[in-house]
Design a protein. Structure first.
Length: 518
């Protein structure tokens, strides 16, 4: 093709040549310039691209996924990723459009006038190239901004002390007492002649503070807050505890209608005076509302470091009831629960019998709705899952509902793998940022993510503490029986895995609360 030509066919070929070069540089910056003969510029762009790609690949292959994700979840790093994403976008746009210009009109050839239709066609081509180039960067920018919003809003900023990171912390090693003067009757010379004993150096504690604790324990609180509902009561009281060495986990659910539950000494008189009387106020599910609405200042005085003192009080009481430390909590309302389940693509539940329930709305603007599910294997969306865990019209009442809650949490743990989290991240980020409150400190979030792969979702024991075995009809809990069972479960998880219908060999599922819990 001649270097200079006014013929429309030659100009169309040059436009097509430029488009091909632009597409090549869109896929790999610099290749389009090399195709049209601009070797020096193409080699420079391609070298920068390959070096950046090799560095990214090296980091991805050498760093464990959990550690890399933890590092990326730091707010400062997220800001850096957002800025780097803009720089890479500008670089790719330059490489793409430079390849088009060089391919369609070499520098030696002046620009020639085009008809309106042809100019519009070229404009459309250029716009399409820009959009295709920018789309992945726009998605990455959105994910980065959404993640920054979640970690900055949901997680507390303060770094906890060592004792607050997890329960059953490594205790201080026993140190030999210093001998009192005159206690050692052996002569000094004789003592010096004895060879010093060979002492083994104790193993260094792990750098990750979560691993310094034998257990990570979090209270999972489900609030019934929603449109048209008066106040916030805790509808679901569960405690998840994970053995950091073995990966075994246990989920304990506590009856929300416990009365005379153990309160810390400094909080007991406050609760007795302001919240013990009145219809329903004597029960555990009203504790949060007491601290959130009636006497928030008094609760804040007891838990001065908590962002949500009422939630911290509930976690504290759950720990005193179970006989274990519960240093952290995560609380979600009904709309957040629906959003999280939908973001993970739903949950799979096998119903032993049909379920039909009329539900109040979870979010403003929604109306009441009916969930009608047949027996058998069901894929539940967020609203159906909410009906599943709140339904209590059968004879089993709250006991069956507690079993369904534990079953569903187990299914969510099994469903929440990396691909599901990535696919559902936009909805998950929105639900978490708007509807979740947690005491997990932000500076410890990256290190927590390093621990999560240790959890074996197939080795999760679930136990409920309700009537008649663990509280009487007067609603007073049998703390001795509850704490003894907790100790047994944590001490011998294998025996309880078999009894719970789940074994490490994949035992038979068990029917609990109208559901086949796997």
């Amino acid at each position: 093709m001649p270097t200079w030509s006014l013929r429309p066919a030659d100009r169309r070929r040059r436009t097509a040549r430029g488009v091909r070069a632009a597409v090549a540089s869109l896929l790999l910056p610099g290749v389009g310039q090399l195709i049209v003969g601009c070797r020096r510029r193409g080699a420079l762009l391609l070298t920068v691209t390959l070096l950046a790609g090799a560095a990214t690949l090296w980091v991805g292959l050498t760093e464990p996924t959990s550690e890399l994700l933890g590092w990326l979840l730091q707010p400062a790093v997220l800001v850096g990723v957002f800025a780097a994403n803009l720089v890479v976008l500008a670089f790719r746009l330059y490489a793409t459009f430079d390849a088009y210009v060089v391919g369609a009109r070499p520098p030696a050839e002046p620009a020639l006038p085009r008809s309106g239709l042809r100019a519009a066609g070229v404009g459309i081509v250029v716009a399409v190239l820009a959009v295709v180039t920018a789309l992945p960067h726009a998605a990455l920018g959105y994910y980065t901004a959404a993640t920054h919003g979640v970690v900055s809003t949901v997680f507390v900023a303060e770094v906890p002390t060592t004792e607050e990171v997890g329960s059953d912390h490594a205790e201080a090693q026993d140190r030999p007492e210093e001998p009192e003067p005159g206690a050692d009757a052996a002569p000094v010379a004789e003592r010096e002649a004895d060879p010093p004993p060979e002492l083994e150096e104790p193993p260094l504690p792990p750098e990750n503070p979560w691993l310094q604790a034998r257990r990570i324990t979090v209270a999972l609180l489900g609030s019934d807050a929603g449109p048209g509902r008066g106040g916030d009561r805790i509808d679901s009281l569960l405690v998840l505890t994970v053995d950091t060495d073995s990966g075994d986990a246990a989920i304990f659910s506590v009856d929300r209608y416990l009365a005379d539950f153990p309160l810390p000494p400094e909080l007991a008189p406050v609760y007795e005076q302001h919240c013990r009387t009145g219809d329903g106020w004597r029960f555990l599910n009203a504790l949060y509302r007491c601290g959130h609405e009636r006497v928030p200042e008094e609760f804040a005085a007891v838990y001065p470091r908590a962002d949500d003192p009422a939630a911290a009080a509930v976690a504290d009481v759950l720990g005193r009831t179970l006989g274990i430390a519960v240093p952290h909590y995560a609380m979600v309302d009904m709309a957040g629960f629906v959003g999280i389940v939908d973001a993970l693509g739903g949950v799979e539940i096998e119903l032993a019998e049909p379920l039909r329930v009329r539900m109040s709305p979870a979010e403003p603007g929604e109306g009441r709705y009916t969930v009608d599910l047949p027996a058998g294997l069901q894929e539940l969306d967020g609203r159906e899952a909410l009906a599943f865990v709140r339904f209590r019209d059968r004879a089993g009442g709250d006991a069956d509902r507690m079993r369904r809650q534990r079953c569903l949490v187990t299914n969510v743990v099994q469903r929440a793998d990396v691909p599901a989290l990535l696919v559902g991240f936009p909805r998950l980020a929105d639900a978490v940022e708007t509807h979740v409150v947690t005491s997990i400190p932000l500076p410890r979030l990256p290190e927590l993510l390093e621990v999560l792969p240790r959890i074996d979702p197939d080795r999760v024991v679930t136990v409920g503490f309700g009537p008649p075995d663990y509280r009487g009809w007067d609603h007073v809990p049998d703390l001795e029986a509850i704490q003894a069972r907790v100790h047994e479960v944590l001490a011998e998880p294998d025996a309880w895995l078999a009894e719970d219908g789940v074994t490490d060999e994949g035992g038979d599922p068990s029917e609990v609360g109208g559901v086949i819990c796997r």
